[in-house]
Design a protein around this ligand. Sequence first.
Ligand SMILES: Cc1ncc(COP(=O)(O)O)c(C=O)c1O
Length: 393
Amino acid sequence: MTEQAADPAAATTPGFATRAIHSGQDPDPTTGAVVPPIYATSTYAQDGVGGLRQGYEYSRSGNPTRHALEECLAALEGGSHGFAFASGLAGEDAVVRAFCRPGDRLVVPHDAYGGSYRLFARVHADWGIEVVPVDLTDLAAVEQAVAGGRTSLLWIETPTNPLLAIADIAALAEVARRHGARTVVDNTFASPYLQQPLALGADLVVHSTTKYCGGHSDVVGGAVVVNDAELAERIAFHQNSIGGVAGPFDSWLVLRGLKTLALRMERHSDNAEAVAAFLAGHPAVAETIYPGLPSHPGHELAARQMRRFGGMVSFRVAAGEQAALDLCGRTRIFTLGESLGGVESLIEHPGRMTHASVAGTALEVPADLVRISVGIEDVNDLLADLDQALHIR
Ligand SMILES: Cc1ncc(COP(=O)(O)O)c(C=O)c1O
């Protein structure tokens, strides 16, 4: 968080929505443009060799549009430095390469997003990183996993994709600290509006900005945020050395998305609460998984650690896998497709779609599971759509 200044006019940190609209986004110094321009340039004129204007020399190393986004992301997560990547996985890869060396252990959630797990287990493991999946809701098991090797990173995802398990960020960060490991939180599902991992003790936050941060299903991107100059230097070095940076137009789209994040997350949460209550009372649904339901095992923890419960709901279809697949094909407003976090509602079958890459591993998901990303449409239309799709003739 920004330090309190002596000047009373500047004494308070602006609220979340104010930071989303203004951080990193002062009017353009050249023209006064209120919206940061898309600096579509690979290189920058130098005033004599090494005479850089505002530090820019080449757009892999730095670009003003990307910097505006990076500053805004840092402000929203309460961090000192943000880094924007070409995708969530590009950001995750930079984090693992920055902090793990051959022989190090990387402790990961046993129900991590399938693409993250594939990156750890099938790419990083080949470079000598020992990847250990563990149930993050079992603190004793986490402690054992962290203490059982040369653990450099404890990877947290909360809520998880797609089972929406809730992990105790503060308690897990404490375990990692005791054993000299750093904590990374994948904050994609919550977004910085609903959850602030750095304030809870995490060292690094990662995002697939493709999801709620962008919010309009029109861009793929990633972010890493830290609140420490040394960590920032390591991420900056790897971001520039590996080169998986966000381009200027993609950065601009995510930055535009962030401006409405607070409003969108409130509406996503409103709609998802209503959808979860509807599904929980439906006879065709065997189990509804939503952290906002008192029946969710992580409900109280989520209520403590999150502002609200978010827009993701998963449920198990009572009649089994084929019925779940059929249901996914029957909705009219919920679009059948991968991804999440956009304004429009989406439905998918994790076992056959987003999580097919973890079939046969410890991370395999139930075959009757359906995941929905509840959008910001009129809630009655969403409920009616699910109702007709669940009506099994
Ligand atoms: C929780 C989570 N983390 C990371 C990612 C990877 O992000 P990207 O697809 O932008 O590479 C995803 C993508 O679905 C995700 O859901």
